[in-house]
Design a protein around this ligand. Structure first.
Ligand SMILES: [Zn+2]
Length: 101
């Protein structure tokens, strides 16, 4: 058998030897987390802020009370833009469905 951490390749990959005595509580949580991660509708984003690395310059996007804001020019005239629409796709089921303004 191989020596080293590879022997513990399980769950999220290989754990260092000293962490192999992880308690059962944590093992159960890890199993649960994998299931939760597939059930997107359980997650409902309320507020967040992020930077989109644009081709020319970064854009600041915020999401508050179900509404996106982007600092790009297109957003100012359309209340929607490629950046926020990409997020709508990314966060499908995890944000309220957008209503056309
Ligand atoms: Zn934008």
């Amino acid at each position: 058998m191989l020596k080293g951490t590879r022997a513990h390749a399980c769950l999220f990959g290989s754990y260092p030897e000293k962490e192999s005595k992880m308690d059962y509580g944590m093992i159960g949580k890890i199993e649960k987390s994998k299931r939760y991660a597939e059930e997107r509708e359980r997650f409902q984003f309320k507020n967040f802020e992020l930077t989109f690395e644009g081709d020319n310059n970064p854009h600041r996007i915020t999401f508050e009370d179900g509404l996106f804001q982007c600092d790009c020019e297109f957003f100012m005239s359309h209340q929607r833009c490629g950046h926020t629409m990409a997020l709508e796709i990314l966060l499908k089921d995890m944000i309220p469905v957008m209503v056309d303004a």
